[in-house]
Design a protein around this ligand. Structure first.
Ligand code: URA
Length: 201
């Protein structure tokens, strides 16, 4: 099977096809499709999110929904072109539960993140980014493979064997802050994190 341990994908395209057969964890059952990363094969920057959301699950592409719109705007503000970035997720399938007609996001478990790390590592091996920016706790755990407190480690470059990692919050967190002034402040911090990323490239 293409998603088993010994499989060596020959391209990112092959990886994106192989994920459709993934049975490493049960999340495939309720998802429309698996979603792999997209961007240049040799991007200097990899941005890792949590998992596809409702719209990403339907489109088969990462960060095309509301969180993606925040990410796009903030990237632009920090002077980073999205086309230059490899954008991906720690988990390949949309984890959700039905509520009426809506599909409500659920946070993936550590074992799901662990099962899915194989795909993320395969992408890292192809792209070999210089810098990896993780968005939120799931992404940080997926990339660092250890317990992480994002609020404590946020914004400090972390040396990995193959890249420099920088941790920040998830853009959907910004969308959930009810107070406008607080949301603006947090958005500013997020932009600052991306500017720091830019300085590391
Ligand atoms: N949130 C994520 O973490 N990833 C996506 O691709 C979309 C929303």
């Amino acid at each position: 099977q293409a998603w088993e341990e010994g499989f060596v994908p020959s391209s990112l395209e092959e990886l994106g096809q192989a994920v459709q057969g993934c049975r490493r964890c049960p999340l495939w059952r309720d998802a429309t499709q698996g979603v792999c990363g997209e961007g240049p094969r040799r991007a200097k920057l990899m941005i890792v999110g949590e998992q596809p959301g409702d719209q990403e699950d339907l489109a088969g592409r990462p960060f095309v929904g509301p969180a993606g719109q925040v990410l796009d705007a903030v990237l632009e503000e920090a002077g980073i072109e999205r086309e230059d970035v490899f954008v991906t997720n720690a988990v390949r399938h949309f984890k959700h539960e039905p509520r009426g007609k809506r599909r409500i996001h659920q946070t993936p478990t550590t074992s799901e993140i662990t099962a899915c790390r194989w795909w993320l590592n395969a992408e890292r091996a192809f792209v070999k980014p210089k810098v990896i920016l993780t968005l939120g706790g799931t992404a940080a755990l997926g990339v660092l493979n250890r317990k992480v407190a994002v609020t404590k480690e946020r914004g400090q470059p972390i040396g990995l064997s193959d890249a420099t990692a920088l941790l920040t919050v998830h853009p959907s967190y910004l969308l959930r802050i009810p107070d406008r002034a607080a949301a603006e402040t947090e958005r500013g911090r997020f932009v600052d994190d991306l500017k720091k990323v830019r300085s590391l490239l």
